[in-house]
Design a protein around this ligand. Structure first.
Ligand code: DC
Length: 224
């Protein structure tokens, strides 16, 4: 049986770390859909295209090939862009790219293909509401914006990205707003999603909580 687990929620709620952990525990494939929007953003920036020019961005899609490798590397036209898609320029522009309906249709198609014949844990903003409305398990992962900013600020400093906590929090609020107010497939909790607030959870606690939600719903998977 193919099982699809959708984990949605706002930026920097720790979705990718937790989704990766759940996928590892259950032996499923992890699909980071945010990385795909970031790849399109990086490509548009490299081509000198204004990320708010929807038509021009859509015209680039035919030249874009995105692969998510099993070892976690993100490939854009056969180039490893795993690190580059996390840079500040991409962060500042990705919400405009994610609000572009043409881009979304292109990437949703790819995401549906990725989940069509293997069990996946897919994280994003619209997985339970739009990409896989019939997902086996839907989780909406949230955390207080200040806590999210503290986590992201720490990560940035470790990566050598200079920033203030205040700016990180403002940027998260800005992205939350754009992501949840866009016209097409906005960020919102699916009516049948389980809400998990990870504000006061460690990463391991969040992984255990979500793995338990999955196992309660689908029963034992391969004795796990
Ligand atoms: O999860 P992330 O921070 O890597 O996502 C980057 C951006 O892409 C973020 O602004 C939200 C958007 N996104 C989206 O709109 N839909 C998805 N399924 C995944 C990400």
């Amino acid at each position: 049986m193919i099982i699809t687990i959708a984990i949605d929620g706002p930026s920097a709620a720790g979705k990718s770390t937790v989704a990766k952990g759940v996928a590892k525990k259950l032996g499923f494939v992890y699909v980071d859909t945010g990385a795909m929007y970031r790849c399109v953003t990086l490509y548009a920036l490299r081509q000198g295209v204004d990320c708010q020019d929807d038509e021009k961005v859509v015209s680039l899609l035919k030249d874009i090939n995105i692969e998510l490798l099993k070892d976690g590397r993100v490939m854009l036209n056969n180039e490893d862009v795993t690190k580059e898609i996390r840079c500040q320029d991409v962060v500042l522009n990705v919400s405009y790219i994610a609000a572009n309906k043409g881009v979304r249709l292109f990437l949703v198609d790819l995401q549906r293909k990725m989940g069509s014949n293997v069990s996946v844990v897919m994280d994003g903003r619209d997985i339970g509401t739009y990409v896989f409305p019939n997902a086996t398990v839907k989780i909406f992962q949230v955390a207080d914006v200040h806590e999210r900013a503290i986590r992201r600020h720490k990560e940035n400093l470790l990566k050598g990205i200079e920033c203030t906590l205040e700016d990180v929090e403002k940027d998260l609020e800005r992205r939350d707003y754009i992501d949840s107010h866009r016209e097409f497939a906005p960020l919102k909790q699916a009516s049948d999603a389980v809400l998990v607030d990870t504000t006061h959870m460690s990463i391991d606690e969040a992984i255990d909580a979500m793995t338990n939600i999955v196992l309660n719903k689908v029963g034992n998977i391969n004795g796990k």
